[in-house]
Design a protein around this ligand. Structure first.
Ligand SMILES: [Zn+2]
Length: 83
């Protein structure tokens, strides 16, 4: 899930990425732009619209495999019944 570091003082934000990256941007920004101080209004936020769990977007692969197996079985059964 992508995170963005934002500094309201500078109206700056990091590119979306893993939380660790956002924390690195935060530290670098504090050191470079604010002399190591913590600016008011800075925050690390999850990118709006992204899902909390990236895997939740997709149908589970086990479910797909199960469905394919069921279809293969049904196909085999119908072929046997057809003969
Ligand atoms: Zn700043």
């Amino acid at each position: 899930m992508p995170y963005v570091y934002r500094c309201r003082q500078c109206r700056a934000s990091s590119p979306p990425g893993p939380r660790r990256d956002a924390e690195v941007y935060r530290q670098e920004h504090r050191d470079i732009e604010h002399g190591g101080l913590v600016p008011d209004g800075e925050a690390i936020t999850r990118v709006p619209g992204s899902t909390p769990d990236p895997d939740a977007r997709y149908v589970s692969s086990a479910g797909i495999l199960g469905l394919l197996a069921l279809l293969a079985l049904a196909s085999a059964v119908f072929r046997l019944l057809g003969n």
